[in-house]
Write a protein that binds this ligand. Structure first.
Ligand SMILES: [Zn+2]
Length: 394
């Protein structure tokens, strides 16, 4: 992956905030960037036309665990007339061709889903054994196996398998987590480099763990940074029970030890405020289900903070969802119409609310990029957060 730095100088009036261009096989991704979450390879309620036309999204996230299980998993390979998920995804030409999306995919490794399965997942030296949440069938994810699935997805960015834990956690468990994560990262990189000729456009990111213990984060970041062939580095294991203050302190103490010339991805975070604060600390890439999931549950993100579109006062409100937003929904529909669709349980509500909320997040990071390039990111962050916290005339 070729990475171009667009903010000069890097550490000056913009603090640590960065603007990069990531040259991927399916187009340039400009950072800071928010990646919509497509659990099954699509954003719930949207199709590739919405992503390309209404959101202009160049990079979306797909969940390896969910697609693997829904596409048949491997246990069916032995059944007559059935093929496994890996072969099926290869036959279909990978996720991008399957979904007819003209941008890039990043796929996670399934580590977070294994963590979410609780007692239905068991950690071993060689990987994670788990029971499917769909039918209870048993499966194993190893560092090599999750890469094979991601190669079959033909992901532009593949994530390594890591050992994610909830917080707070005992120090011994945290130490075990970073040792397992580092060992699996080494195995993943070795396997990836051996496959590189076959999969030249699939890039690989390592994941830094360590909870909110800054000394363990430092050890993990330094060890992984020494494996120089990784194309980028992620901060995993945050937004799992710690306070916002602990999260920011952890990010700050981790980015310090991450290679400055490689992209940095904060996994699964978060609110608009979390994202702007993390950009200020030197993070480039984000994903979160919050904008799409909250849209479906009636929460609308706006420049003046959040709206609950269920509220009866919106029944006669002819204003757009956000008067400062120029998305397809705000240009064409009123709050009253969205309120009506929500109350009527219309599927159309989900699509329109999701388009607006994702546009809001994408626009937040696009404006952040412009502010970084213009040299006034910290002022942009302060103004944006102040407006959200002190809404006027909502
Ligand atoms: Zn809008």
């Amino acid at each position: 992956m070729r990475v171009e730095l667009k903010s000069q100088p890097l550490y000056n009036q913009n603090g640590k905030a960065r603007a990069l261009d990531l040259h991927l096989a399916n187009g340039i991704v400009q950072t800071p960037v928010f990646m919509p979450v497509g659990t099954q390879g699509c954003i719930k309620g949207l199709d590739s036309y919405d992503l390309q036309t209404h959101l202009d999204s160049k990079l979306i996230l797909a969940n390896t665990y969910h697609i693997y299980l829904r596409c048949g998993a491997e246990r069916k390979e032995s059944c007559a007339g059935q093929i496994g998920a890996i072969q099926k995804l290869k036959t279909l030409g990978g996720m991008r061709k399957f979904a007819n999306f003209n941008g890039n995919y990043l796929s996670d490794s399934g580590g977070f889903q294994a963590f979410s399965l609780g007692k239905n997942a068991k950690l071993y030296d060689y990987g994670v054994e788990f029971k499917s949440h769909i039918d209870g069938s048993k499966h194993i994810f190893t560092p090599q196996k999750v890469l094979d699935i991601q190669y079959a997805l033909n992901s532009d960015i593949c994530m390594v398998l890591d050992d994610l834990i909830g917080l707070p956690a005992p120090i011994e468990r945290l130490k075990q987590s970073i040792h397992t994560t580092i060992r699996w990262a080494r195995e993943s990189l070795k396997y990836h480099l051996a496959q590189k000729m076959e999969n030249p456009t699939n890039h690989i990111f390592a994941i830094i763990q360590g909870g909110t213990d800054t000394s363990l984060r430092k050890i993990c970041a330094i060890e992984l940074a020494q494996m120089q062939e990784f194309d980028g580095y992620a901060i995993g294991g945050l937004a799992v029970g710690e306070s916002a203050k602990e999260m920011y302190e952890t990010i700050e103490s981790t980015t310090e030890f991450m290679p400055p010339h490689k992209p940095r991805y904060l996994m699964g975070v978060g609110t608009p405020e979390n994202i702007l604060e993390a950009i200020a600390l030197g993070v480039d890439m984000f994903d979160c289900v919050m904008p799409s999931r909250n849209a479906r549950n009636a929460t609308i993100f706006t420049s003046q903070g959040k709206l609950n579109i269920k509220t009866s006062s919106f029944g006669l409100d002819t204003r757009p969802l956000d008067e400062e937003c120029d998305c397809y929904v705000c240009k064409n529909y009123s709050r009253a119409y969205l309120h009506h669709l929500y109350r009527s349980r219309e599927i159309t509500y989900h699509r329109l609310a999701t388009i607006h909320n994702l546009y809001f997040y994408l626009n937040l990071t696009r404006k952040a990029r412009q502010a970084i390039i213009d040299g006034n990111f910290l002022a942009y962050k302060a103004q944006t957060l102040s407006k959200m916290a002190n809404p006027k005339n909502v």
